[in-house]
Design a protein around this ligand. Structure first.
Ligand code: B12
Ligand code: SF4
Length: 469
């Protein structure tokens, strides 16, 4: 029985066997965080993770996620609703396919019981709350963090009939006269106070075993901060007022030790926007990992420029502590593009090469992520990216990690790059439906020529086929 059901729909459309590594099953941290707060306030919660319940079919050439909503996910939803009418159902969504599927889930909920309020939250509804609430499959939108506001909203909705949504912070909703109302945001949640995550709501063994990483058998993901102080033009963090918050080293260590004891994990990935940002925390965690003999392997995300701030002594400490892999957002090999997209701290090609050397010297593994087709990028500038990728291939023979093909740049709502492509003539989607067909992997790049797009597609094929070997 659940007072609240939270759904994470599948977030991408289909994939080819050549890009299987992109389809890693990730732990649904957004829904888990919300469930932690709800349970803490005495509500029961159920999470439906369609990504974990996805159904695939193999056609002649490729393996695709079936277009319809997973039957297992549908059954879980109907069974829960049948057991007890939920106070509301929450749907989390990024831009694109997750909206399309989220809307199908909304229709199923409406069909089962049109009186159940449907609340949307996550990256896309937070960026475009007014447009999201216009959609008839959305009753309430949670803007930004749901840590404090969602439990308040659920308590208010539970009053059933006598509730007053104007008392709920950080939401947008329609009042009794059908007018759209927006309430004030609360100050950010202090991540150090996070209640225990209700991992028991999910089949954790499936996540732990499904995520395959080199040198790690039982893998787990953690988010220990939110946001990033940089303002790269294509990133959600370029939107004004997205602040940086983080949990303390002691709270993080407590979580790591619990995971090791309860789930017998041997590796952790810190999936924060920019984990290596906080040098002091890196040091504290490393020293504690050594002292407590945690014997875990760590993977961390971050930016190239920050990695350069680590000297040999820092890197030796991280290595001893178990850090073995860094995931970098590099984006481009062209100095002009790096400047244009304001890549964290005005990154240069020279600095990319310095990091490649440092990674090699200390025998770390690394993933270098690039993008293709930025606004105003030329074919020649993209070739510079390919040259940098080639350089990395040549200088990373110690690492057996694949170098992902550059992602296709997709302008996301609210970002500075989005405004740039609109200025270049790109048509802005005008409704939630129009945003739902945005596909991060296909040709919607009206700001670059067809020939350039063809070149990007071919280069990606080549890099992917090298990765297969
Ligand atoms: C981990 C992560 C992933 C993971 C898992 C994502 C997932 N679907 O769960 C993976 C690696 C799969 C991933 C993939 C992609 N990602 Co991603 N990812 C992130 C990251 C770094 C952290 C997300 C997270 O779990 N945070 C921790 C939890 C606790 O926070 P949260 O989910 O935001 O939830 C809080 C609030 O949003 C809110 N909330 C969320 N949902 C709901 C629902 C309700 C009902 C309520 C009330 C509140 C609420 O309350 C929560 C607690 O405060 C974010 C960065 C960011 N700043 O958000 C990018 C981000 C979400 N990703 C992004 C993108 C673009 C992608 C990709 C498209 C990248 C690509 N080109 O391939 C792909 C998606 C395609 C695919 N293959 O699925 C963008 C999304 C922008 C947008 N407009 O949608 C972000 C914001 C990155 C960025 N800097 O721009 N991603
Ligand atoms: S450094 Fe990374 S997380 Fe920070 S703003 Fe740039 S792209 Fe976003």
């Amino acid at each position: 029985m659940a007072n609240v059901i939270i759904i994470r729909p599948i977030s991408d459309r289909s994939w080819s066997p050549k890009e299987l590594y992109k389809r890693a099953l990730t732990i649904p941290h957004g829904p888990l965080t919300l469930a932690a707060h709800l349970i803490n306030k005495g509500f029961s919660t159920d999470i439906i993770d369609e990504i974990a319940l996805q159904e695939t079919e193999v056609t002649e050439h490729t393996k695709v996620i079936v277009d319809r909503i997973s039957l297992k996910a549908q059954n879980q939803l109907f069974n829960e609703i049948k057991k007890e009418k939920p106070v509301c159902v929450g749907i989390t969504s990024m831009t694109g396919e997750q909206i399309r599927r989220g809307k199908i889930f909304s229709s199923l909920i409406r069909k089962a019981d049109p009186k159940i309020p449907i609340v949307w939250g996550g990256a896309h509804p937070s960026l475009l709350p007014e447009m999201t609430i216009e959609d008839d499959k959305v009753d309430i939108v949670c803007i930004g963090e749901g840590d404090k506001s969602f439990p308040i909203l659920v308590s208010e909705l539970k009053k059933n009939g006598t509730n007053d949504l104007s008392k709920v912070p950080g939401i947008i909703y329609r009042d009794k006269d059908g007018n759209i109302q927006r309430t004030k945001l609360l100050p950010l949640y202090n991540l150090t106070n996070m209640p225990k995550f209700p991992y028991h709501l999910l089949d954790m063994e499936m996540y732990i075993n499904n995520i395959k990483k080199d040198r790690i058998k039982r893998f787990f993901e953690i988010h220990s901060s939110r946001g990033c102080p940089y303002k790269c033009t294509f990133c959600i963090n370029s939107v004004e007022d997205i602040p940086y918050t983080r949990s303390s080293s002691s709270r993080l260590l407590e979580e790591i030790i619990t995971l090791k004891n309860e789930y017998n994990i041997d590796g952790i990935s810190f999936n924060d926007d920019n984990f290596i940002l906080d040098k002091r925390r890196m040091k504290e965690i490393s020293e504690a990992a050594i002292k407590l003999k945690l014997n875990l392997r760590f993977r961390a995300s971050g930016t190239i420029k920050l990695f350069l701030k680590f000297d040999d002594e820092n890197l030796a400490l991280y290595k001893k502590a178990g850090f073995y892999h860094f995931g970098f957002g590099v984006e481009s090999g062209s100095d002009r593009i790096l400047k244009d997209i304001r890549k964290a701290g005005d990154l240069t090609k020279k600095e990319i090469y310095q990091v490649v050397d440092s990674i090699k010297k200390h025998q770390f593994q690394a993933t270098y992520n690039f993008m293709a087709g930025f606004p105003t990028e030329t074919l020649e500038e993209y070739k510079e990216t390919l040259r940098v990728i080639y350089h990395i291939f040549e200088n990373s023979t110690h690492a057996i990690y694949p170098l992902p093909a550059p992602s296709i740049f997709m302008p996301l709502p609210g970002t500075v790059s989005y405004d740039s492509v609109v200025k270049l003539g790109h048509k802005a989607p005008k409704s939630l439906d129009e945003w739902s067909v945005i596909d991060h992997n296909h040709n919607m790049m009206t700001w670059i020529s067809k020939d350039f797009y063809k070149f990007i597609a071919e280069s990606r094929e080549i890099i992917n086929s090298i990765n297969q070997k």
